[in-house]
Design a protein around this ligand. Structure first.
Ligand code: PLP
Length: 419
């Protein structure tokens, strides 16, 4: 039995090495002035309090310098995206040359497929995870069509074999069966619905052995798990920054291209001037000379304000460190899960894998008979979580700013609602 007292929760908070970080974020308030129990960082991460200063700096420099801000701003705009690279690379476990911040997520997914989905009559399929996020499905189907193939035939979706989850053995079997027809394996590395984290290294090496290219969508992974993108060997990855990376609504996306592709002159690519060699870019010559890094995929000169917001957030990630964050994450999510499962009930179950190595901080609570009342009740009591049709409440105790007390209060409210 786990100690379900409030004192225990407060004790865990008092001993939490990251406890001071909560105070560096704005926690939305309820009408009664108390903090909401915000468990929705998987959908929109909270605002770091330093964000406003970082954006104001750029507003001031724009006012002061006009176009000269490209060189004379405190953080010059010309190389501004480079200020994000090192920390972002650390967060996702990549070499700095393999990471670039640009565009938004679905845009980058398309750009990556332009390079890494190159179907031929014999090998034209895309293998996608079970129940992918709709945008990923739309993007892959439209790419298949773009190349003149039929999504009905060419999109293979994994099937769950362990509750709502998919085992590695199952994926290997599909690859054994269809590997030679699959051009691209594209996995939502942490499934948005179940919270299952797929084993990227094992999947990548197995799929590579079958001759497939491999990419991961880490919208729900970046800032949530240790991804070790470089070591996994995957060809590319994309992610957004407004979920666990707290960079603000609709903010920019990150993109990883493994270094083995950086010098490949035959790779197909959609090009723009910001991907061309920095030394010669402003000679305005007709030839595109790709930068020998992930930056070659940049199209446009990037927007400074969302990058300023991202810099504010990444500075906090640098300070906290992914090791400490993931250590707390396992503890916090495990604690919430144990409290939740302590009392038997017939109203809900958790569909997220119970193995901490196969999930991040998200837990997906499947409600019996798709009865949304439970969700409405906890929402009325100050919880911010989300409901995903047909029958799941998603909660994400985020190690950066959620407390053990948040987890404890949430379970109290769930228990009340159930009884
Ligand atoms: C959140 C999310 C998206 C959203 O895409 P945008 O282009 O940022 O709007 C796409 N795919 C996955 C897997 C997501 O979790």
């Amino acid at each position: 039995m786990i100690d379900s007292s409030k004192e225990k929760a407060l004790e865990l908070d008092a001993n939490d090495p990251l406890k001071d970080f909560r105070n560096k974020y704005y926690i939305p308030k309820q009408k009664n002035g108390e903090d909401h129990i915000y468990l929705c960082g998987n959908s929109l991460g909270l605002q770091p309090k330093n964000c406003r200063d970082y954006i104001n700096q750029e507003l001031d420099d724009w006012a002061t310098f006009g176009v000269e801000g490209h060189f004379h701003a405190k953080y010059p705009w010309m190389p501004y995206h480079e200020f994000l690279t090192d920390t972002m690379a650390e967060v996702v476990g990549a070499k700095p040359s393999e990471v670039v911040v640009m565009n938004s997520l679905t845009v980058n997914l398309h750009l990556m497929m332009v390079s890494f989905y190159r179907p031929t009559p014999k090998r034209n399929k895309i293998l996608i995870e079970y129940n992918p996020f709709p945008s990923d499905r739309y993007a892959t189907c439209s790419q298949i069509k773009h190349h003149g193939y039929d999504p009905e035939e060419c999109l293979i979706e994994l099937k769950p074999d362990q509750g709502e989850n998919v085992s590695l053995e199952n994926i290997k079997e599909v690859l054994d069966q269809h590997g030679d027809e699959i051009a691209l394996v594209l996995i939502g590395g942490v499934n948005y619905y179940t919270g299952q984290a797929y084993r990227n290294k094992e999947i990548t090496s197995y799929a590579h052995a079958k001759g497939c290219k491999v990419g991961f969508d880490y919208a729900h992974g970046a800032g949530n798990l240790q991804l070790n993108l470089h070591d996994s060997g995957m060809d590319f990855a994309v992610w957004c920054s407004y979920k666990y990376l707290n960079s603000g609504p609709g903010s920019l996306s990150g993109c990883f291209v493994h270094e083995r592709h950086h010098e490949d002159e035959h790779l197909n690519r959609f090009a723009g001037w910001w991907g061309s060699e920095k030394k010669t870019r402003f000679l305005m010559e007709p030839t595109f000379v790709p930068i020998k890094s992930a930056e070659a995929w940049q199209l446009s000169n990037p927007p400074i304000f969302p990058m300023a917001a991202m810099r504010a957030s990444l500075d906090l990630f640098k300070e906290a460190g992914m090791d400490a964050l993931t250590t707390k994450s396992k503890k916090l999510t495990g604690y919430l899960e144990s409290l939740l499962l302590q009392n038997e009930n017939n109203k809900f179950s958790i569909i997220t894998p119970s193995n901490p190595e196969e999930r991040g901080c998200q837990l997906s609570i499947q409600v019996k008979d798709a009865d949304k009342k439970l969700y409405d009740q906890i929402t009325a009591k100050g919880v911010i979580a989300d409901w995903r049709e047909p029958d799941v409440i998603r909660i994400a105790p985020v190690p950066m700013y959620n407390s053990f007390e948040d987890a404890w209060k949430f379970v109290e409210l769930m228990n009340e609602a159930v009884s």
